[in-house]
Ligand binder design. Structure first.
Ligand code: AMP
Ligand code: ZN
Length: 132
């Protein structure tokens, strides 16, 4: 666990510890601007600032979880909800039938740069069969 101050956030009180110095927690709280694509009481989605595909949207749980490696039993439903939100936006963006890629980087070797669990929705181009 990162050594950053933690506190309870009343706006995100879904059992949610939030991180004071976490970029995505700041985006969720509106302290850092973002282009919102989707929001509900547990999930926030916004456009990636440095898109790797014509459609590149990040889906984050409002609850601060460091990475997919840190999910717990109680987060199982939340992860399912994130995938349902991804499917909803894929449909709205008109790529549900064409195809899309969902990626979550976990840890150093995967290149995770922001230590708040997020799922990249990538679409709008043919990404080919190669994963890397
Ligand atoms: P990862 O490398 O999997 O941790 O992904 C982090 C992603 O966050 C990258 O694709 C960045 O382009 C994106 N990113 C970083 N800062 C911001 C920001 N302020 N707003 C939107 N996306 C961001
Ligand atoms: Zn966070």
């Amino acid at each position: 666990m990162d050594k950053m101050p933690k506190k309870k956030c009343p706006q995100l009180d879904k059992g949610g510890i939030v991180m004071e110095d976490c970029l995505f927690c700041k985006i969720i709280r509106g302290e850092v601007p973002s282009k919102k694509v989707y929001e509900d009481d547990e999930i926030y989605a916004f456009e990636d600032i440095n898109p790797a595909a014509p459609i590149h949207i990040l889906f984050v749980p409002k609850k601060h979880i460091e990475s997919i490696a840190k999910i717990e039993k109680e987060d199982e439903a939340l992860i399912g909800k994130i995938y349902n939100a991804i499917n909803k936006i894929a449909e709205e963006k008109g790529v549900k039938d064409k195809g899309y890629r969902v990626v979550t980087n976990c840890g150093k070797d995967a290149g995770q740069t922001v230590k708040h669990l997020h799922f990249h929705l990538l679409a709008g181009t043919n990404m080919g069969e190669k994963l890397l």
